[in-house]
Structures are given as C-alpha cells and as structure tokens.
Design a binder for this molecule. Structure first.
Ligand code: ADP
Length: 281
C-alpha cells in the first residue's frame, strides 16, 4: 500500500536541526582538532613575535592535508605544535581525542611516540645503524622482543619497497631510499597521524615523485597525513590545501584533482627507460 503521508513535511517529526545534529554525530572523531591556537615567541624578554594568531582546524581520519605558505608564515611553528614538540601560548589542541595542549612534557613525549610518525626533510636517520635498526628503534618501549621488533621492522621496510636493503646503512642508500627508511620508521608504531615536514626538500624531482607516491599509497590505505611544504607543486599531491600567511589561515580548500605520483612515476620511467629496483607500493 502507498504511504499517503510520504510527501508531508515533518513526517518523521525530525527537524532540520536534529538531522544536522545526527549527521554531526555520525562523523568520525577528528584526528586533529585545533581551536584558536596562538603562539607568541618572546625575544630577549621584551619583543614578542606573534607566530600563530588564532588557528582553528579539524583534520579527519584518512585526510591528506598540505600546509602551505611562504617563509615566516608560521608553518614550522604550527608543525611543532601538531607534533607535540612545543606547547601553544593559548588555545586547544586535541589529538585523537586527547587534549594535548595542556599536557606536561613527559606526557607529551609519550603521546608523540604512540600517535605520531615524523618524516623530515633531512631524513634524520642514525648513520651507523642499518635500515632495520633505524626502523625498529622506536619500538624499544613497546615491550616486544628484539626478534619480534626485527620481524615487524622488516615487514614495514617491505611495505616501502626496501625489503632487499634492510642491512644497508644510510650511507649505502640513495636519498630516496633513506627517506623510505624514515617513512618506515614513522609507521612502525602504527601512528594515528603522519607529519611530513618538507619530505622532498632534499630530493631531486624524480625522487620526489617516488616519495610522494609512497605517501599517496599510504594515504589510500587510510593513513592520515599532514604535510608541510612551501612548494605549490608538492602540495598538488594532497587532497586538501591549507594556506598560512602571517600566522593565520588564509585559504582552506580541497584539491579538485590531486596529482597522481604513481601515474607520473610510470610515465617518467617509460620515457627514460629507468630500471626501478624497488616497487613503489
Ligand atoms: P615558516 O615555517 O612558515 O617559515 P615559522 O613558523 O618558522 O614560519 O616562523 C613564523 C614567525 O615566527 C616568523 O616571524 C619567525 O621569525 C618567528 N619565529 C619562529 N621561530 C622562532 C623562535 N624560536 N623564536 C622567535 N621567533 C621565532
């Protein structure tokens, strides 16, 4: 039988406000939720530098966000706060449901280790340690045996295409390979968030595509990524761009069709006949 009341408004006694509220409840919890965050540096006890002037931003699971902006716009300051490496002057920072802006340094360090993986421009690997040791190091607090740590580290190195290089030291690896080790190290504790600070800044354009391909593939598998870059080309690989200027967000919008590093990588290699020793995941 037909429902005659079908077109009547308010059929389910559900107001628009209630529908909106329910939609809100159904959204997953943000990985990052920042409210009115400020950071003011005090120089020599007198001069104050307002590096961040009230930043509010939510980042949801599975997002790939590029933080952009010219030098001095506050990107590094914001990255340091997101990475729990520094505390804000005022405002709130919630990381995976934890209010981290008011935590002590000890608690911050432990949250950082559990929830965040870092990738830096300069790779920051231990020069005398093998790829395997570099990757397994952040697991020493996880209560696993050395054998278990090594097995897990070699699996993650496999994931970034370096399964055949686990016993190489950084000096025996190319820049791109070193950054792959750094990405594997960032993933080893299963972070809620990957923070990448100019990850291709020390790499040539070809290798940059390779690294962005790895980040895009990891994001496809659900990893939430926040990438800081001053390079508009690199920001084109992200799904959302947030632009900073003078310590404020001046633009926040989705990228309508992000560049595909995998496609570019394939095209480059077919054009130049490059032999790829490792597979991009
Ligand atoms: P970006 O990473 O976009 O280049 P920063 O976050 O490094 O920007 O800098 C934002 C502002 O804060 C700049 O004016 C910079 O000079 C200032 N600043 C950054 N770090 C410090 C610091 N440790 N002490 C004082 N001022 C700082």
């Amino acid at each position: 039988m037909e429902d005659k009341d079908e077109d009547k408004p308010g059929r389910n006694d559900m107001t628009l406000a209630a529908i909106m509220e329910q939609a809100e409840d159904d959204r997953p919890e943000p990985v990052i939720s920042v409210h009115n965050l400020t950071k003011t540096y005090i120089l020599g006890g007198k001069t104050s530098v307002p590096a961040l002037r009230g930043i509010s931003l939510d980042v949801y699971p599975g997002e790939f966000v590029a933080i952009m902006g010219p030098s001095g716009s506050g990107k590094s300051t914001f990255m340091n706060l997101l990475g729990c490496l520094d505390r804000p002057t005022s405002g709130e920072y919630w990381l995976a449901g934890n209010l981290v802006s008011s935590l002590s340094s000890d608690r911050l360090a432990s949250i950082r280790n559990q929830l965040i993986g870092f990738v830096f421009q300069g790779f920051n690997l231990l020069g005398r340690a093998t790829a395997l040791r570099n990757v397994s190091l952040p697991m020493v607090y996880a209560g696993l045996s050395r054998r278990e740590r090594d097995i897990r580290a070699s699996k993650v190195l496999d994931l970034v295409g370096l399964g055949g290089r686990i016993n190489h030291k950084p000096s025996e690896l190319s820049g791109g390979q070193q950054q792959r080790v750094a990405i594997a190290r960032a993933l080893i504790n299963g972070p809620a968030l990957l923070l990448a600070d100019e990850p291709t800044g020390n790499l040539d354009s070809h290798t940059s595509i390779e690294i962005m391909g790895i980040l895009q593939a990891l994001n496809e598998q659900g990893l939430t990524i926040v990438l800081v870059t001053h390079d508009a080309n690199v920001a084109q690989y992200a799904k959302r761009q947030v632009a900073f200027l003078d310590g404020e967000i001046v633009r926040d919008e989705p990228v309508s069709s992000p560049r595909s590093a995998a496609e570019e990588w394939e095209k480059l290699n077919s054009e130049h006949g490059v032999v790829v020793e490792e597979e991009t995941p």
